[in-house]
Design a protein around this ligand. Structure first.
Ligand SMILES: *Cc1c(COP(=O)(O)O)cnc(C)c1O
Length: 389
């Protein structure tokens, strides 16, 4: 007999009854400080009153109608995202991987519509993560994602990030676009050099390639800007969002500039649930909160304070943590000890964090944390480091 639940995850033996702001209440009777946010999702904290109100009010009226009919809330959310970003149009999905699928299809469709269907290959970077569908695992190209799921979908090439000459040398007459995470989240908060992003933009302009940013993890305020591209000023042609967009309600988005978006005419793509009245109402509320005056400034400020405090801990425990990485509240502690050892020790001190690649512990607190919660976290981290040093 096998468990009724598919064994594709390996969860920690801990569950929760409820959440409130930056805290989670475990079924073990303990209160946890949540510095994982369900992997950068619950960025406004748990049970945010405006989100609860949006869900209950909308659910009592209309949750779903399908895209056979106009959905005013979907049109409003699209307009809010267009107003807040570089984009001219938005498609809504139910997850990050689906948002990326849309972006990758857009790249092919753009060249097909322009009489260049031989240009379909997308250049991606080693150690990327773009989701778990067949196309997105092929895009990321990581062996651990592809193992057992061959043949690998055609159309993706991977090279290491950072070397623009290598990118130039890897472009062929079949190359259509480039996909990159401005900060590689799953692989351990690897911040891509803004100069490299700028060079990619220039190269894409010269070669007529489309530049796609996967901001599923970096977006929606995580780095102290609504989207991370704002830090470098490098504007992509296509950008995806998900995770914090719904603060826990499943919704993703694929944003694009006009020349690309206009290729996706009626019948080219779709989703039954995508952009339904409930999801778009919740995401609309999230966008309103995050684009309100001062919200992002506060995230950047509190992120700075957390970073400063973390540097102090790293100075005191160099045998436990060797490096702090990241921007805003998208942070990673590169460990000298096993990252899982630090993660477990933090959990014993009632703090939840998330594992990342490259032996990193990711710190993904809700964007609404305050100074007291930072102090609480630092106290727990020091205790954990003391035990592991
Ligand atoms: C989480 C994530 C995805 C996949 O999102 P899902 O909602 O799990 O499909 C894709 N890209 C990046 C950068 C992510 O962090």
């Amino acid at each position: 007999m096998i468990p009724a639940l598919l064994s594709n995850y390996a969860p920690t033996d801990l569950s929760f009854e409820k959440g409130e702001g930056a805290y989670l209440f475990g079924n073990d009777g303990r209160r946890y400080l949540d510095f994982s946010s369900g992997i950068a999702v619950t960025s406004l904290g748990h049970a945010h009153p405006d989100i609860v109100e949006a869900i209950t009010d909308q659910a009592s009226k209309l949750m779903h109608i399908s895209n056979l009919f106009r959905i005013p809330g979907q049109e409003e959310l699209a307009q809010k995202l267009v107003d807040a970003t570089f984009a001219d149009a938005v498609y809504f999905s139910n997850s990050g991987a689906e948002a990326n699928e849309c972006g990758l299809k857009m790249i092919r469709k753009y060249f097909s519509d322009n009489g260049q269907s031989e240009r379909y290959r997308v250049l991606a970077f080693e150690n990327s993560f773009h989701g778990r569908t067949l196309a997105t695992i092929a895009a990321a190209g990581q062996a651990k994602l592809l193992e057992g799921f061959g043949p690998v979908m055609d159309g993706f090439d991977q090279i290491p990030a950072g070397d623009i000459e290598l990118v130039k040398a890897s472009i062929t007459p079949e190359t259509a676009g480039i996909i990159i995470e401005p900060i590689m989240g799953e692989s351990g908060i690897q911040v891509i050099d803004p100069d490299f992003l700028r060079a990619l933009r220039t190269l894409c302009d010269e070669e007529g390639l489309l530049l796609m940013f996967d901001e599923i993890q970096t977006g929606m305020g995580r780095t102290g800007k609504l989207f991370a591209y704002e830090h470098s000023g490098v504007v992509p042609d296509i950008m995806t969002s998900a995770k914090a967009l719904g603060n826990g309600f499943p919704i993703g988005a694929c944003l694009a500039v006009e020349k690309v978006a206009k290729c996706m005419v009626a019948g080219t793509h779709g989703s039954t649930y995508g952009g339904n009245p409930l999801g778009t109402r919740v995401a609309g509320t999230v966008v309103d909160i995050m684009t309100a005056d001062g919200f992002m400034d506060r995230v950047a400020q509190i992120g700075g304070h957390l970073k400063q405090a973390l540097h102090g801990v790293i100075d005191r425990y160099p045998t436990v943590i060797e490096e702090l990485r990241g921007v805003g509240l998208h942070l990673g502690l590169k460990c000298k000890v096993e990252n899982t050892a630090l993660l477990d020790a933090l959990r014993k001190h009632s703090v939840l964090t998330a594992k990342g690649g490259d032996n990193v512990v990711r710190l993904l607190p809700p964007l609404i944390i305050d100074e007291d919660q930072i102090r609480e976290f630092i106290t727990a981290l020091e205790a954990a480091c003391e035990e592991l040093a």
